[in-house]
Write a protein that binds this ligand. Sequence first.
Ligand code: NAD
Ligand code: ZN
Length: 360
Amino acid sequence: MNYKNFPMVPRVVFGRGSFNQLSELISPKRLNINAPFIFLVDDVFKGNAWLTSRIPLAYDDKVIYISTKDEPKTSQVDSLVEEIILTSRQGTSGIIGIGGGTLLDLAKAVAIMLTNEGEAKDYQGWDLVKNPSVYHVGIPTLSGTGAEVSRTCVLTGPEKKLGINSDFTPFDQVILDPELTKDVPKNQWFYTGMDCYIHCIESLTGTYLNAFSQSYGDMALQLCKQVFLEDNLSDMDSQDKLMMASWHGGMSIAYSQVGVAHAISYGLSYLLGTKHGIGNCIVFDHLEEFYPEGVALFKEMKNKHDIYLPKGICAHLDDSEFDIMINISLSLEPLWENALGKGWKKIMTREKLKQLYKKM
Ligand code: NAD
Ligand code: ZN
């Protein structure tokens, strides 16, 4: 047995309003006055002075607003890197990602690709990155993905949707300011919050489970139940707790794996562009066979918050399109093995998977 030596985020600030400390946190990391900090910011905040006026710009520092219409692509990372290199010839002091999982993953990928040759697609996989990335900071504004703690950044490339998993991927600094999540629309709050809940269920019921993952998973699950099922939390408490649930959920899967819902939703995402949070919800809703208790509780939460999930998203697909999704999904072997054990191929056949997709 060879145990993973898992890198963790070395520095984290937690607290409402802690975003105000950004300047004092990053200033000591400035390489020189010609090496800017680049802030990658979700364009939902464009024109939002409450947030943007607190981004501490000095010298040649730059804000790049990014649309989250699509989840991160390798080509998008490559063009951002090109743009940044052209405008900062004396190096980049740091990349600061402000937003949900999309922006956090983009920030991680750009930080890696600034110091590694070639294209982002060359690094999709495990431990392919050679050089340490530039200093990078993650500031989540939406809770659930665990991207703020994870060792991966998920990218859609020409051939696959797969993360850059490496020791250089985790952030050097994270700022957890739950107040930044106060204006998240309700449906999005639910979808991305459920990503965390599903991380917990997939980790806690998986064959890879161990005491490390269980301790974080139990904690995250308990927080999710408080946030999504109890009525006695203030908005502030709820935001604080969901941000910590996301963190713990991410830590839980770090030392185990996700499972059936993620394996299936990656197929939807690759073919149809279905977003991670809502995609996982659409899939998980049909997985009572694999996660009976988890799915029952999910339905309870969905009903409690009046969430209606899209139906029939695969209704118009032809066989070749089902094949594409099935190929993407079944290629995620560790996820299936975690969920169903070593004999997973006998349980999740192509036909079985197709029937599941047809229900969605
Ligand atoms: P997202 O980042 O795509 O954002 C979803 C929507 O919420 C966007 O429209 C965005 O503009 C909006 N939004 C974000 N913060 C807001 C705020 N404070 N107020 C108002 N609107 C706000 O969604 P997500 O679910 O956080 O992230 C999904 C991405 O995360 C996917 O690309 C997925 O692959 C990735 N992911 C990564 C990991 C990892 O470990 N690296 C894990 C899970 C998911
Ligand atoms: Zn997820």
